[in-house]
Design a protein around this ligand. Sequence first.
Ligand SMILES: Cc1cc2nc3c(=O)[nH]c(=O)nc-3n(C[C@H](O)[C@H](O)[C@H](O)COP(=O)(O)OP(=O)(O)OC[C@H]3O[C@@H](n4cnc5c(N)ncnc54)[C@H](O)[C@@H]3O)c2cc1C
Length: 450
Amino acid sequence: MTPDLDIAVIGSGLAGLAAAHELRRNGHEVCVFEAADAPGGRMRSVRRDGYTIDTGAEQISAQGYRATWQLIRRAGLTPHDVPRIGRPMAVWRGGRPHNGVGEPRAVLTGAGLVPAARPSLARFLAWSGRRRAEIDHDHPETTPLGSDTVADAARAYHPDLHDHLLQPLSSAFFGWDAGRSAAAPLVGLLLAVGPVSAWRTYRGGMDLLATRLAAGLDTRYGRRVDEVTDHGDHARLTVDGTTLTARAVVLAVPAPVALKLTGGPHPADAGYVAASTFRPMFKVSCALDRPLAPRGGGYALLTPAVEEPLLSCVIADHLKCADRAPAGAGLISLLASPRHLPELAAGTEEEAARRLTAAAERYVPGLGAALTATHVHHWPEAMPELTPRALAVRAAFLRRPARAVEYAGDWVAARPSSEGAARSGALAAARVLAHLAPHRGRTAPQETAA
Ligand SMILES: Cc1cc2nc3c(=O)[nH]c(=O)nc-3n(C[C@H](O)[C@H](O)[C@H](O)COP(=O)(O)OP(=O)(O)OC[C@H]3O[C@@H](n4cnc5c(N)ncnc54)[C@H](O)[C@@H]3O)c2cc1C
């Protein structure tokens, strides 16, 4: 039988695009099916009235994003296209912001931790530094943190470490509940990405890399795939009611979507796919007629759950990169606290925007008066939750033989970041190549050297 397609990739997020790009580099014909009308997935940016709004991801780092930087170079982009943010991150405590979160000098300045908690931070950093080699970010399931959740791991330290550092970071950036998600991926990520001073963002919008990669590929937008099945030597996919065959399919979608599309994956894959639950996130982008900043002047202000019920973070997009707002204007993003997501999601977008902007007035005085428009981005599947239960079944998933239906996505890499997506795409491509190789049965790659 001659399949209709050589290789089909479902999803044009960074994982799907990385997989497609790598497979094309290896001489394959790749067709990318994307349900939305543009590439990028959770890294998409939209343009409205002169504002460039990052709907999901905000930044990457100069460190710990090896696969991403390789893609950046291959897409013909340079570090100039990914400028340094160069502004501090603060945490709110006791009615004011404290700058320097995520910087080594926080051990001295506290960055929102009381003096009694600073030795705890030093001990935590010394411990993670000493065990750096064992805290393998590609294999959080094997680290010395075992099955500890973020809250469990924090218990060995002064309570401030949880309340004013780990909880706000994991809630603002991953939408996590510190009592449910595993500590190992968080600690691995913090070690990998380095200080906030190393963080960068894409010029012209977070979708820059995705747009560049998609332009060089056969990407079909507005094409929602409804079903994918594995038939051993080929796969079938149903797109808008039409069934197509392909030599291989890469499912580059969040795990809960992959679970639905396959109608129950291969038994060897099912454990990790089903255990890979996701957390929702809710972001309101506020277009302002003037360039207001969060108090303290940093580009990001964490608002811990012990200090603020409704918000987890305030980001000044125009301070992150000046091109996000027209000259003389500003763009502020408000991230909702995970605890309030169900009720925010149940109401109207207008009501959610009204509540979050009212709460943000405390951190960005004058926000209400400067507001010209709000844009609500609700991500039901924003971030892999990476619970200890999911990590416990990951090793078996990585050992599975390569098949006609492969998976890619940040959840596969167990890294809640676009770097996880990029790495998983390269890994999925390597596994597809192993599956299609003439000498079948050779060991499937378990990680990529991208
Ligand atoms: C609010 C937020 C903030 C974040 N901040 C950061 C950050 O600062 N830095 C960072 O590195 N990461 C961040 N992330 C995470 C990062 O965005 C993701 O890890 C990464 O983009 C995931 O890429 P992916 O390709 O795995 O999945 P996705 O980007 O979700 O791509 C999946 C694609 O599949 C498509 N699709 C789904 N179902 C179908 C179907 N049935 N048929 C066809 N197409 C389909 C979707 O439309 C989507 O385009 C953030 C995420 C969110 C939500």
